[in-house]
Design a protein around this ligand. Structure first.
Ligand code: ADP
Ligand code: TRP
Length: 330
């Protein structure tokens, strides 16, 4: 019996890293007995995005991705962060017990500053505190995220512990997921929405994905000819590591690695096999996704109902927190 919670920012359309690292786990935890809350972090999006139309559009499209991936609005609470104003109130209370110095040292903050050097706004600094409010408000016990978000979840755990110590047991300290992954992009760096054109759009036609891997996917740079033995484990940057995540079974991935090491498969053939594996995952998703393409009204209903449900839960915590810190609404 877990309370599972996670969110994704509406900074762009979802890529395969989001899909494998986050959304697939959201679906996995949607099981009888678990309470699941999955949201779109539209306030967090504002730290780096200032195009209102894009934000509104991305939000609705990502909810369609959630549903097409297997999230069922009857089983999971799907909402927009901003539908629950109490989250920002919680963030305010939590910010009072969070030292600034720690926030400036969080790796995700440094990363965001590196990517947005001209806009180091206060929202970027308090990003993990708002994220803690997201997580602690519904008293989540489990937070499925990709590897890059570990420092932020760690911060939420810290804040919960600190608050409980100072004001008495109020928050649940959430667990980190056991295995988190980092899906590399075509250039070998973490696949990201905002990074240098290295992402695989989960809604792109499979043949376009194939072409992107064939043209841009970086493999073992020291393997100059097909007859040279490759080193899939240490030198292949964007293809073998993804095989390990999508290709069925350990035996099959070992077989691919051995074919590369013994120079029996070339990089292009290996890329074809990878994309065949990706297609097996994405084709059923894309079929369901196509049926949602014109369902904006349905998505709005889902968000409206989800927002109400999330708010009820989070309001309860907010009232407790107000009471603990001494705030009375007159
Ligand atoms: P992005 O990093 O592309 O801007 P987000 O920050 O909104 O995307 O991430 C949403 C979720 O997807 C988070 O749980 C994050 O850890 C996960 N995620 C993003 N990129 C990857 C990746 N390359 N591999 C694994 N998980 C990822
Ligand atoms: N920071 C997360 C990301 O960039 C998104 C997010 C916001 C989140 N609030 C959250 C994830 C709460 C998990 C739990 O991916």
């Amino acid at each position: 019996m877990e309370t599972v919670l996670s969110g994704i920012r509406a900074t762009g359309r979802l890529h395969f890293g989001n899909f494998l690292g986050a959304v697939q786990n959201f679906v996995k935890f949607q099981q009888p007995g678990n309470t699941c809350l999955y949201f779109i972090a539209d306030w967090h999006t504002l730290t780096t995005l200032d195009d209102p139309e894009e934000l509104r559009g991305n939000l609705v499209e990502i909810v369609k991705d959630y549903i097409a991936a297997g999230l069922d609005p009857e089983q999971s609470i799907i909402y927009a962060q901003s539908s629950v104003p109490e989250i920002s109130e919680l963030c305010l209370y939590l910010s009072m017990i969070q030292p600034l110095g720690e926030l400036e040292r969080v790796p995700t903050f440094k990363d965001l500053v590196r990517k947005n050097p001209d806009n180091v706004n206060l929202g970027l600094v308090t990003y993990p505190v708002l994220m803690a409010a997201d997580i602690l408000g519904p008293k989540a016990t489990l937070v499925p995220v990709g590897e890059d978000q570990v420092p932020n979840v760690e911060m939420a755990r810290n804040i919960a512990g600190k608050f409980n110590k100072r004001f008495g047991n109020t928050f649940v300290v959430p667990e980190m997921m056991a295995q988190m992954i980092k899906v590399p992009g075509l250039d070998g760096a973490k696949m990201g929405k905002s990074e240098a054109d290295n992402a695989i759009d989960i809604n792109a036609p499979i043949e376009a994905i194939r072409e992107r891997y064939l043209k841009k996917g970086i493999t073992d740079r020291e393997r100059l000819r097909v007859t040279d033995p490759g080193d899939p484990y240490n030198r292949c940057q964007s293809v073998y590591p993804v095989h390990e995540l999508v290709t069925d079974g350990e035996i099959e991935t070992r077989e691919i690695a051995n074919l590369c090491i013994s120079a029996q498969i070339g990089c292009a053939a290996c890329k074809h096999r990878l994309v065949d594996g990706i297609a097996k995952i994405l084709e059923p998703f894309q079929e369901r996704r196509a049926r949602l393409a014109n369902q904006n009204e349905y998505v709005k209903d889902v968000l409206h109902e989800g927002g109400k449900k999330a708010r009820t839960r989070i309001k309860e915590t907010t009232e407790q927190v107000r009471d603990r810190v001494g705030i009375v609404i007159y």
